[in-house]
Design a binder for this molecule. Structure first.
Ligand code: MG
Length: 367
């Protein structure tokens, strides 16, 4: 099988809440997402999506995804999309770094391999665990009272895991964590995600002030070493996200005892191939995971669902259903949240059919 055409689509994804706010005053109103369609000489087509969390979260930005694909795609015409690890090595040889650029292409190849194999991608990634898996809800940064009210509202929709966006003024963040913790019920889990927003002294004040609360601390500071310093001075369960962007730092984190949970975002690692490699390594090492992506719509949510659903249940701390955050549906067949949980499609491949009436004409075609 050979790749005959790669088409790229751009789509805007507005938010039900109007905006999404996190550390350092960062905010996005409309997400700029990129969908890739890979066609083959066998008549099978696969799809992938990549959507950075604005240009200031990871070293990635929406137009950069499309520019990077323009760099790669002409050289991928004629490659076999079902030889995925070989194709990933080819992409790495063509373009140093820029993992997010490769993510949608990699996902589309898994979609093709699943379709030609007649099985869902989660089966290719190791097998389906249980009927469904648990989601968290991200609570955009607002006042302590507004965030506590959001948690109560989202719990009534079935969510039981909540990730507070903190990483602002330490005193306000302490109030945010206390206000939300007061709303929690038995079985709820609370994560305070600073998204690199605190200096070490801020982080130490916060963890001391919430010492008696049952709360996970996620990525308090900008660098791995700063986070490790905080980690060594607190007894809260500890999550690393932004600092863990590949296997070598993951191994270092394990050997340093730097975290209890790792956040694996598909595009941060460069696609399902490398995210699954990190997932399998974490599973072997006993490190629990949040499995998700930076952002996205229906196709990203489908890709997440296959990686999450093929992760051993006890090792999957939580996952995300971005398609319920955004107002625009870009594909039929994507998984839909039910009582705070999600399940991967049982159809071959990703199980999604893009809505080309929504995506419009491609912004670029390579053939
Ligand atoms: Mg995070």
């Amino acid at each position: 099988m050979r790749i005959t055409r790669i088409s790229v689509y751009q789509v805007d994804l507005p938010l039900h809440e109007g905006s999404y706010k996190w550390s350092g005053g960062k905010s996005v109103d409309v997400f700029d997402s990129t969908v890739v369609r890979i066609e083959t000489d066998a008549g099978v087509a696969g799809h992938g999506e990549v959507c950075p969390l604005g240009p200031f979260y990871l070293p990635s930005y929406a137009a950069g995804a499309r520019t990077g694909i323009a760099e790669l795609a002409p050289d991928l015409i004629g490659e076999d999309p079902t030889h995925i690890r070989k194709l990933v090595r080819r992409m790495d040889a063509l373009l140093q770094g820029h993992p997010y650029v490769k993510s949608a292409i990699d996902i589309a190849c898994w979609d093709i391999l699943g379709q030609v194999s007649g099985v869902p991608v989660c089966v290719l990634l190791g097998g389906r665990y249980a009927d469904d898996f648990v989601l968290y809800r991200a609570i955009s940064q607002e006042t302590p009272e507004q965030m506590a009210a959001k948690v109560a509202g989202y719990r009534s929709e079935g969510y039981r895991r909540f990730q507070l966006k903190v990483g602002g003024d330490a005193d306000v963040d302490i109030a945010r964590i206390h206000a939300v913790a007061a709303e929690l019920q038995d079985g709820d889990r609370l994560v305070a995600d600073a998204n690199t927003g605190w200096l070490m002294h801020d982080a130490m004040r916060v963890v001391k002030a919430v010492r008696d609360l049952d709360v996970y601390i996620e990525q308090p500071c900008a660098t791995y070493d700063e986070c490790l310093s905080v980690r060594r001075n607190t007894n809260h369960p500890f999550v690393l996200d932004e600092s863990i962007d590949g296997v070598s730092v993951l191994m270092k984190g394990f050997s340093d005892g730097a975290m209890d949970v790792v956040n694996i975002k598909i595009s941060k690692f460069g696609g399902l191939t490398k995210a699954a490699q990190a997932r399998d390594l974490c599973a072997s090492l006993g490190i629990a995971m949040t499995i998700e992506d930076s952002w996205g719509g229906d196709i990203t949510t489908a890709a997440i669902s296959h990686l999450a659903h093929s992760t051993p249940t006890e090792l999957l701390f939580t996952s995300t259903d971005f398609n319920s955050y955004v107002t625009t549906s870009i594909a039929d067949g994507a998984p839909q949240r039910n009582n705070g949980r999600l399940a991967a499609s049982t159809e071959p491949g990703l199980g999604v059919a893009p809505r080309f009436d929504v995506l419009g004409e491609p912004v670029a075609v390579y053939q």
